[in-house]
Structures are given as C-alpha cells and as structure tokens.
Ligand binder design. Structure first.
Ligand code: PMP
Length: 393
C-alpha cells in the first residue's frame, strides 16, 4: 500500500537551513528562514515571555485537557489587540486557539469549504503554504497579481478578484506585512477593498501573521478593521509566533465573524468539530504564556517595548537598503523603505541567487525573498556590495 506513494520534494527553505549550517565561512549571512533576528543575529525568547513562563511554572496547577477551543482566556485577551478596545462587533465574533497561524489558516479554509466555498482567490506570490493548504483541503486556488513591478500593491487586481468572484468563492488577504513581498495595502486601498466585499457579499479570509512588526500594533490591523466594519461575515486567522517570538510553540487563534449574533454558536461549533478531527486541541504552553503576559500590565509593556525595538531595527535595515538604490540599480531597493515586516522580494535571477550563495555566502529563498531581519549593522554593507557584484553588467 504505502509503496504507491511518490516522493515529495523537500521543503526548499528547510533545505537551505541545512546548507547554511554546513557553510564554514565566518561571514555567512542567512536571509532565508522567516524568523526575527537581533543585531547579533539571535532569535531570543522574548523578555515578557520568559517572565510569563516563569509565572506559569510557579502557578500552573494542572495540565489536564482543555477543549478543542484551547485556552479561552488567551483567545479573549488577544481580542482587543486585533479588533480594537471599543469593538462594536464583539457579539458577532467568536474565537478559538489554534496550533499556530498555520492551524488557523487551515481551519479557516476547512470551515469555508464546509460552508460551501469551492474556490479561494489568492494574491500571488503568497506564503507558499496558503496554496498547499487550499490544495490539501480540496479548494481551488484562483490567483490574482498581488504587486505591481513598481513595488506597490495591485489594487485593481484584488478589486477585480472580489468583484468577479462567484457565489462559492472567498478571497484570502494578508492583514499586514505581506509574506513574501512586504507590500501592504494602504488604509485608503483597504477602504476600497472593504467596499467591494460589502457590495458583493464575498467572504473575506484575513490572515494576520505579523501584527506589530510593520508600523505598530494598532496601525497593522487598521485595514482588517476597516473590512470587518463593512462586511457581514469574515474569517480571521492569527499567529502569535512572530510577534511573541513563540515560533516552535505553535501559538495562533482563529476568529469567526457571523452575520448575526444568533448564528455564531453554530459556526463556532463547526470550527470546534474540525479542530477536534484535526488536532483535538492546540498545544497549551505558548498560548498560556501569552495569556499570562497580556493579563499583566507590566509584562505587556515589556512585550510592547520589545516589539518596538524589533520594528525600529527592521526599519533601519530597510532604510539602509533603500539608500543603496543608486549603488545597485534595477533591484527596486528604494521601495523597501515603504514596505513592511520581515520580508522583501528582490528581482534576482536563479544564477544571481546561486552566485550570492556560492561566491558570497549569502543564503536566501530561490524566489528572491529576503528576510530583512537577517541583516544588521555588521553585515548590510557586505550584502549591498554582493548585490552590486552579482548584478553588474
Ligand atoms: N500566514 C502567513 C502569511 C505566514 O507568513 C505565516 C508564517 N510563515 C503563517 C500564516 C503561519 O505562521 P505560524 O504557523 O508559524 O504561526
């Protein structure tokens, strides 16, 4: 039976991690894997999470089962950050904890499919797992262009996708810090997107994986809130893995907005049933640590301060790269200052990416995506010089 299975290609980024680890050159640079790095190249446990974990160890008195919805305290304490302190939609929004943002996206797509969605419009390029999840759930991916060659969002393409969507279609959008391009919609563009959703009744699936890493906690969800205020129903997938540095602890949440408060329980019960059949319940520890941190004003401030530092550091790297636009013409580096989050796409050829790796010990995804957090004061000049070298006529 099992011998009928064809070998699947290894995950390209994970393969890159191995190659990077095996490279003995001291000045190697890893721009591949999507984690935040400090000026020293580390991905430390957040200070607030360390404190929260300590409190958990001291005070947690049971690890008995919860339900498929996970830690409801975690789900509730996160709400005001996503939907706003004065959110008027609270009685229409229900949530649950998920294994990372991936689990939340999986649940969103599976729930949409269970409700009758057969096709999901997706801006391309996107996080590669989006299409994989759609495929695995059995939903067709309908691609539209996410960005223009000038490095701005392609508003016409997304509006076209929403306006031409059929009755069994949904549209999946990144809430902020688009992966892999870093190119987000402006608030004015979100307004037009919200209007198109409202006029057509198409279901929005909003994926927020990097809140706080673009312009700020409030700013980064402004677009999502504009959409939620305008539409009858929506699904929101959320990851705490980047903005709390919890990657391997797998912390996410999934929120469902119903047309009417009375419909919410039925919708949530379907998501619970799907979660039960998929993973039964999410891993507890990371979500519990977030709950403890966000339930304590002191720890919350420590967390927000760390997030501010991270965001400011990535802005400095982006500004430095943008300032090098003249040194490396043709790559559109100037636009990086206007883009957000961990990622940017450079229009490099396969040969140039290979040369960066082989000749300069610089590792990046084969798509040309770089993790700007892999750069810092000590290696950015080398990176710019290497770009100039591989792109010179
Ligand atoms: N959505 C997007 C757009 C992402 O980039 C990621 C992480 N790479 C996720 C969801 C999932 O994040 P995680 O499962 O690590 O929480």
């Amino acid at each position: 039976m099992l011998d009928t299975l064809d070998a699947q290609p290894p995950d390209a980024l994970l393969a890159l991690i191995k190659m990077y680890a095996a490279d003995e050159r001291a000045d190697k640079i890893d721009l591949g894997v999507g984690v935040y790095r400090t000026n020293e190249g580390a991905t430390p446990v957040f200070r607030a999470i360390k404190q929260a974990e300590q409190r958990l160890i001291d005070e947690q008195d049971s690890k008995s089962y919860l339900g498929p919805e996970g830690d409801t305290g975690f789900v509730e304490v996160l709400r005001p950050y996503i939907f706003g302190k004065d959110c008027q939609l609270t009685d229409r929004i229900g949530g649950m904890q998920t294994p990372g943002g991936t689990g939340a996206v999986r649940l969103a797509v599976a729930l949409a499919a269970k409700a009758g969605v057969t096709r999901i419009h997706l801006g391309i390029p996107s996080w590669p797992n989006h299409a994989q999840i759609l495929d695995d759930v059995g939903v067709e991916t309908v691609p539209f262009r996410h960005a223009t060659p000038e490095g701005t969002a392609d508003l016409d393409a997304v509006l076209g996708a929403i306006r031409t969507a059929g009755p069994k279609d949904a549209v999946l959008l990144h809430g902020c810090c688009h992966n892999p391009t870093g190119i987000d919609y402006t608030d004015a563009e979100w307004g037009e997107i919200a209007k198109a959703f409202a006029e057509t009744g198409v279901l929005p699936i909003l994926d927020i994986a990097y809140q706080g890493l673009g312009h700020g906690m409030e700013e980064d969800v402004a677009g999502v809130r504009i959409v939620l205020d305008a539409v009858p129903e929506a699904l929101v997938a959320y990851s705490c893995d980047k903005n709390f540095g919890l990657y391997r602890d797998r912390v996410g949440a999934f929120y469902m907005m119903a047309k009417e408060p009375a419909q919410l329980a039925a919708i949530v019960s379907n998501a619970n049933a799907l979660a039960r059949a998929n993973w039964s319940m999410p891993p507890d520890h990371g979500g519990a640590a977030v709950r403890v941190a966000l339930s304590d004003a002191g720890m919350t401030q420590v967390w927000l301060d760390e997030l501010d530092e991270m965001r400011a550091r990535m802005r400095r790297v982006r500004d430095r790269l943008a300032a090098a636009d003249n040194e490396v013409p043709g790559l559109g580096l100037a636009a990086l200052a206007q883009q957000n989050g961990l990622f940017a796409m450079l229009p490099l050829s396969k040969e140039q990416i290979t040369s960066l790796r082989e000749d300069h010990a610089i590792y990046m995804a084969g798509s040309g995506r770089i993790n700007v957090a892999g750069l810092h004061a000590g290696n950015t000049d080398k990176f710019i010089a290497a770009l100039a070298d591989v792109t010179k006529g």
